[in-house]
Design a protein around this ligand. Structure first.
Ligand code: RIB
Length: 296
């Protein structure tokens, strides 16, 4: 069984600020860093750090060589990453003194996927292989349809939520990993219990993971439900906390772990990630997560 993630790669331009800027305001920043990010590559690297053999697909520009280097450094297969004549995706991220962030996203090469490219990548995968997706690349509906035709097991993190998610046939998704905002956008409901009940009704065969920020995470499938509180820490940057959770959760499923253990491991991995700056570089390795869990 192989694992593929077709997803974004962004250069994150991260500014430390006193508060998230208001319309019309000019604000001096405390500092600026460029980090590797993008929900796609963050999740691939989280999977790799959690011990999964993972293939990443997606597009970058000539300015995106750093992503190929990072894949090699972290053991992510990069042969499906295409370098094209476009700018690599980037973000402008503000992180305030409470570690809250806001993200402005420029899609660039991430929005240049073609049907030919997608077909070519999917050709290397077969029934039972796992495909992980987010919503920072174009042609998401096409990827889901073709992967489903090939009988891949599809996991979707519908982030960021927009009309492109509505264009997808979500009945083809086997695993949803979403936060409460995306849950509310998909179901029109705000209470976690209501979101989960509505998702259950609409997607009875799917596994559903709902992350709730400081209120932890919930899991539900047709047989069981579990809750996982957070591990409280002093956060400095919450960027990629959700991506870390997603990568570790999927890694746990792939390794055949019990759901409560997977939730605990994923929550611990996220709690470590938020104590560090940046996206890719904040994601802990499995040994570190396991050591922290046994020290609790
Ligand atoms: O989920 C965090 C990521 O969202 C950042 O790395 C940024 O690139 C945006 O895509």
């Amino acid at each position: 069984m192989k694992v593929l993630n077709i997803g974004s790669m962004n250069l994150d331009y991260v500014y430390s600020v006193d508060h998230i800027i208001a319309p019309g305001e000019t604000q001096a920043t405390y500092g600026m860093n460029v980090f590797l990010g993008g929900k796609g590559i963050n999740q691939s690297i989280a999977l790799a750090k959690a011990g999964v053999d993972i293939y990443h697909g997606g597009m970058i520009g000539e300015d995106g060589q750093v992503f190929l280097d990072a894949c090699r450094d972290h053991g992510v297969h990069d042969e499906f990453i295409r370098t094209i004549d476009e700018k690599t995706g980037h973000t402008i991220i503000q992180v305030d003194k409470n570690a809250q962030n806001c993200i402005l996203l420029f899609g660039g090469a991430n929005q240049s996927l073609t049907e030919e490219y997608i077909d070519e990548v999917l050709e290397h995968f077969e029934a039972g292989d796992i495909l992980l997706l987010q919503n920072e690349v174009n042609k998401l509906d096409y990827i889901i349809d073709r992967a489903y035709d090939r009988k891949l097991v599809i996991a979707l993190n519908p982030s960021p939520y927009n009309e492109k998610i509505e264009a997808c046939d979500l009945s083809k998704i086997s695993i949803f990993l979403l936060n409460e905002i995306e849950g509310a956008q998909i179901t029109g409901l705000t209470e976690p219990n209501d979101i989960l009940a509505s998702m259950r009704k609409r997607f009875p065969e799917a596994k559903i993971v709902l992350t709730l920020g400081k209120d932890g995470a919930r899991y539900s499938d047709k047989d069981c439900e579990y809750e996982q509180p957070i591990f409280p820490v002093k956060a400095v940057d919450t960027t990629a906390a959700g991506d870390t959770f997603t990568g570790y959760f999927l890694a746990g499923l792939i390794r055949g772990m019990e759901i409560p253990d997977i939730l605990r491991m994923s929550a611990k991995a996220s709690s470590i990630a938020v104590t560090r700056n940046g996206a890719v570089q904040s994601i802990p390795k499995r040994e570190e997560v396991e050591a922290a869990l046994s020290a609790d």
